[in-house]
Design a protein around this ligand. Structure first.
Ligand code: ATP
Length: 381
């Protein structure tokens, strides 16, 4: 999984208590009859962020985006952009633009006219309008294709026309609903990087809705994971992935092994959990404190597990014995399902470091899965 460069190299205004978010979503809810689509959401998004909203279908991502754009009104709460309450500001007067999933290009218009459509409400002289269109097309590397019609473009080029049209008025905030979902996998990955470069260059705040967690991880400065209208967790991609706050987040973002158990001891940053599923105790590093008897779950990412035919030695290690139950060869790595002696299935991702036509660990092999105490996290819900 690629993790966005923006997290390591960019500024992190959300860590600065003196920084004010550019977009403030304060206690925003939206109901449609008996359905609560968005429930008391609070979010602060900073200037220049590439902020991703992820979550299962129907969790309220699009509804939140539509409220930011002004296409839907909150049932309660308010949205502020640069300190201005958007409550009474109509969509076309907001410093916001939205790029739709379908791109919504006009088939009968040229690429240049499609982009110029983004300026339709501005009283501009013809030359100025043409200059801005040229500039916008060059920004997305389509300077030479202004005379074509959308059907004469590739999927990636159509996406860039939609982007140029959405950006031509230089909004403070660009909302993107599944911006890359119409592209195939390779093109999507390439376009992700183009989108990141463009956003970085323009310094405009982007809020991206995506159902693709890999895309969110690759693109975003921060991610909000939504669950049934609520924000379950907000954090950088690495925080969300490595330190999920609940089973829901751990399971939704990436793949994880969950072990249910009860705390038997907690001292010196180490929690010992009795786990009926594995028939023993598991050790996990943890900064917080837990009461003996407390019910917890351990989340262990498959790439953090060592798989070997010999047992591993070492302090603060966990080890289970099992047999290879399933094996999937994916080229760069293999996915194993190990059935432990207690019957629990553990998923392991093993990097295929060497070229070989045969798996070094194969179906039905007897193996040991092991991981250190700092490889997993303890969750309370
Ligand atoms: P997806 O990923 O499938 O697009 P989403 O997370 O964007 O889903 P929303 O489109 O925001 O979800 O919908 C949230 C909930 O609100 C859903 O239960 C949906 O059925 C409901 N909903 C959305 N718009 C309306 C509407 N206009 N009238 C009634 N219910 C609606």
């Amino acid at each position: 999984m690629i993790v966005s460069q923006a997290n390591s190299s960019g500024a992190r205004p959300w860590l600065d208590p003196a920084a004010t978010p550019q977009v403030r979503i304060e206690g925003v809810s939206k109901s449609f009859g008996a359905t609560t689509a968005v429930a008391a959401v609070n979010l602060g998004i900073y200037k220049g962020e590439m902020f991703a909203l992820v979550g299962a279908s129907g969790c309220g991502k699009t509804t939140l985006l539509r409220m930011l754009a002004g296409f839907a009104e909150p049932s309660s709460g308010r949205i502020l952009i640069d300190g201005v309450d958007m409550g009474s500001v109509p969509p076309h007067e907001r410093p916001v633009n939205m790029m739709f999933q379908s791109y919504a290009l006009f088939p009968h218009m040229s690429v240049a006219d499609n982009v110029a459509y983004g300026l339709r409400r501005l009283p501009l002289a013809r030359e100025e309008r043409q200059r801005r269109v040229r500039e916008a097309l060059e920004m997305v590397q389509l300077g030479a294709l202004g005379a074509r019609r959308p059907h004469q473009l590739s999927g990636g080029q159509r996406q860039r026309v939609a982007l140029a049209r959405a950006l031509i008025r230089r909004p403070k905030l660009l909302l993107l609903d599944e911006p890359l979902s119409a592209l195939d996998k390779k093109l999507r990955e390439q376009t992700q990087f183009e989108l990141m470069d463009l956003q970085h260059e323009l310094g405009i705040t982007f809020i991206v809705v995506t159902h693709d967690q890999d895309e969110a991880m690759a693109l975003a400065t921060r991610i909000a994971v939504m669950d049934r209208g609520h924000v379950a967790q907000v954090g950088t991609p690495a925080e969300i992935y490595e330190f999920p706050c609940s089973r829901f987040v751990a399971d939704f973002v990436g793949t994880t092994n969950l072990f249910e158990g009860t705390v038997c001891a907690c001292a010196e940053g180490l929690v010992s959990v009795r786990c009926a599923e594995t028939g023993g105790e598991l050790l996990v590093d943890h900064a917080g404190s837990f009461a003996p008897g407390q019910q917890v779950w351990i989340s262990l990412r498959p790439e953090k597990v060592r798989l070997a035919k010999e047992p591993s030695n070492g302090a603060r290690m966990n080890q289970l014995r099992g047999t290879v139950w399933e094996l999937g060869y994916l080229g760069n790595r293999s996915t194993y399902q190990i059935k432990t002696t207690s019957g629990k299935l553990v998923t392991v991702f093993a990097q295929n470091e060497r070229r070989t036509s045969e798996a070094l660990i194969d179906w039905n092999d007897e193996v040991f899965v092991s991981w250190s105490a700092d490889a997993a996290v303890v969750l309370q819900s």
